[in-house]
Every structure is written in structure tokens, then in C-alpha cells.
Design a protein around this ligand. Sequence first.
Ligand SMILES: Nc1nc2c(ncn2[C@@H]2O[C@H](COP(=O)(O)OP(=O)(O)OP(=O)(O)O)[C@@H](O)[C@H]2O)c(=O)[nH]1
Ligand SMILES: [Mg+2]
Length: 234
Amino acid sequence: MRKPDGKIVLLGDMNVGKTSLLHRYMERRFPDTVSTVGGAFYLKQWRSFNISIWDTAGREQFHGLGSMYCRGAAAVILTYDVNHLQSLIELEDRFLGLTDTASKDCLFAIVGNKVDLTEEEATESREKEERTPGKAIGGYVSPRVPKQVQLEDAVALYKKILKYKMLDEKEVPAAEQMCFETSAKTGYNVDLLFETLFDMVVPVIVRQRAEEPAQTVDISSSKPPKRTRSGCCT
Ligand SMILES: Nc1nc2c(ncn2[C@@H]2O[C@H](COP(=O)(O)OP(=O)(O)OP(=O)(O)O)[C@@H](O)[C@H]2O)c(=O)[nH]1
Ligand SMILES: [Mg+2]
């Protein structure tokens, strides 16, 4: 297997939907998930690059592994649940510190998942259901909750991250480009999230490669060893 050229890591509290987002993107479906143990990765070929995307466990007991997964990462996706304010707070309190091992020019995306459960989304689907009655599967309608976290809250966190990393706002992508709202369930914005990031990490990977010490020796430029006369065989 070819060594990955770059790495993207998904971080965030348990239950926010990291595994589901990755399944939605890689497998185009929304299967039942179990809470992740440790971590797992997918490989994605993007242009001529091989990018590994790491799914990590949000459970407290695996917290110590996070900084190991982030080592050398070209991008980190900080994921929260739009219906659960604490999951956004945790990103700053518990997860941001784990990214200290990431590449120095690591990109940060902030992703609010599960927008399909919000009331705004519900109003639209209710209107659709009214137009097509009897469409709800088995008569079950998911409980809807008011959206607890607004996109502006994510933008504010992005700006805090730049300060924490001592990055100049002018030299990194704008907050509006890096804050997404998604639904792993419906697929809303999932391709946009991953593919925007892939395009952005390619230059980071190219820079990382250029800075790596050469792994190979150029044999054409090395001189052959001088013949030495020795003993009876000459
Ligand atoms: N309605 C809805 N449910 C979602 C969405 N994404 C995930 N879920 C559900 O949320 C639960 C947790 O999803 P996971 O993807 O396992 O969450 P996780 O962040 O990987 O959790 P850990 O592995 O424990 O860190 C599952 O029941 C998913 O079906 C979404 O976009 N909308
Ligand atoms: Mg998981």
C-alpha cells in the first residue's frame, strides 16, 4: 500500500457524528454506527495524492490518543452537534489542545452536524410531508429541537483558534470558508466539506514534502569509490 501523502483528522465529542460523516462521504450511506474505539482511517485518492482521513473516538477514555492521531496532520475537522451547545464548548476546552502536534500550517474546519434535526429544517420537511402525506417511514417522525448553536458561534471559535495558533487572519482561509453545517443523515454539505478541504490540503502536502529531508540518495551524482590496489590479486 502506498504511504499516504497527507492526513486529515476528525475530532469532536462522542455522538456528534464523526463516523457517520465519514461513512456518508466514503460509502454514500448513513448506516447505524457504534461509538468508535481508538481510531480508524480511510484512504482517499484526490488528484495524484493519497489522503488518509482519520476518524477518532470522542469518548473521554480515548482522549489521550487524540494528539497521536493529529501528529503531522494537514487539516483537522473539529466537529460539533448543532443541537448540543456543550459539544462546541468541548472543542475549545478539550480538543483544540490535541492539535498542537499537527503540521505547523495545519488547516482547521469547524463542522456543525445534524442540521436535519433542527426546527428550520423541520419546517421545510413538514411542508414537504404535507404535500406528500404518508411518506414518513413507519409513521415515525424524528423529534425536532431548536438549533442551539448558530454558525456565528462556530465563526467565533474559528477566530479564537487563529489566535491560539498565533496565525494571521490574512494568511489563512476566511472563517466563512471553513465553517460548515452538515447532515450525515441527508448528505447535506458533506461532499462540499470534504472536497473543499482536499483542495486546500494539496498545497499544504506539497509544502510538507518540500520541507522533508530527502529520503533517497541521488546515485548519479555520487562518485564511484576509488579502486585500491591491494595484495596479491593486482
Ligand atoms: N439525525 C442525525 N443523526 C446523526 C447524524 N450524524 C450522526 N447521527 C447519529 O448520531 C449518533 C452518533 O453518530 P456517530 O457517527 O457514531 O458519532 P461519533 O461522533 O462518531 O461518536 P464517537 O465515535 O463516540 O466519538 C448515531 O446514532 C448516528 O446515527 C446526522 O447528521 N443527523
Ligand atoms: Mg465514531
